[in-house]
Design a protein around this ligand. Structure first.
Ligand code: ADP
Ligand code: MG
Length: 258
């Protein structure tokens, strides 16, 4: 994995009259881990979907490794304008941004190995023979080498989520986004998924993780971002944001989840 420098600048997003993101700036440097915390409805998932261009920004931009996501800059007589990229270019960009959801969304009819192999072959046009050994390595990395031939329904939720992580990594993304990756899991399965994410963090993968797991944030994050009502209220090193929050809203949130 190379690159992984993510920059969000002045992001705004509304749904109808509801302004969901007010003006969000965020920078995640290569190899850094950013954990986003915040109450339900504060705009965390929307933020991740804008990064991936699954939703369109109303204003501002997302840049990955110096390249705009979803748009290109065009110089016209009126000056510089942003023009939306064609679907196929957006899809190409999206392969560099791995996304792991709360619900694992594995293909139920495919084996575990096939789930991991599928996208690099179909979306990136890579040769199956090259992808398969890499997929097996990734399954080993997430502790599931022996499940390659199983179907998703034969696995626990924690195992399925680890397959989803392997599948995201198979695209060799520059950055990996996690949206509450352990929220749908039984409590006893949360640890095994966090262990995998922790390994990725230590391995230098650029990560953005939305989670309510404060202990994980404290241990793994380089930067903790607290969002509320569509704004970044506070951000900084875990010790600062989690142990010495400056803002009343951060304090109130932490008092509830800790
Ligand atoms: P979080 O992930 O922090 O819980 P979300 O980003 O999911 O927050 O949602 C932020 C706000 O935007 C919520 O009020 C939610 O109801 C609203 N919202 C999210 N997606 C849509 C959508 N597609 N249409 C209308 N409102 C939406
Ligand atoms: Mg959410």
């Amino acid at each position: 994995m190379s690159g992984g420098h993510l920059r969000l600048h002045g992001l705004r997003k509304s749904y109808g009259t509801l302004e969901v993101l007010h003006e969000v700036d965020l920078e995640v440097r290569p190899g850094e881990v950013t954990v986003i915390l915040g109450p339900s409805g504060s705009g965390k998932s929307t933020l991740l979907r804008l990064v991936n261009h699954l939703e369109k920004v109303d204003a501002g931009f997302v840049e990955l490794d110096g390249e705009l996501v979803g748009y290109e800059r065009r110089t016209t007589r009126r000056g510089e304008v942003l023009r939306e990229l064609k679907e196929k270019d957006v899809l190409r960009q999206r392969t560099r941004i791995g996304f792991v959801f709360q619900s694992f969304n594995l293909f139920p009819h495919l084996t575990v190995l096939e789930n991991v192999v599928e996208a690099p072959v179909s979306a990136q046009g890579r040769r199956r023979a090259d992808v398969e050994p890499e997929a097996r390595e990734l399954l080993t990395r997430v502790g599931l080498a022996d499940k390659a031939d199983a179907r998703p329904r034969q696995l626990s939720g924690g195992q399925q989520q680890r397959v989803a992580i392997a599948r995201a990594l198979a695209m060799r993304p520059s950055v990996l986004l996690f949206d509450e990756p352990t929220s749908a899991l039984d409590p006893e399965l949360v640890g095994e998924v966090l262990d995998v994410i922790r390994d990725l963090a230590h391995g230098g993968t650029t990560l953005v993780v939305v989670t309510h797991e404060i202990g994980f944030a404290r241990e793994v994050a380089d930067t903790v971002v607290f969002m509320d009502a569509g704004r970044v209220v506070e951000q900084g090193p875990p010790d600062q944001v989690l142990s010495h929050p400056r803002h009343e809203r951060t304090q109130a949130f932490l008092a509830k989840v800790l």
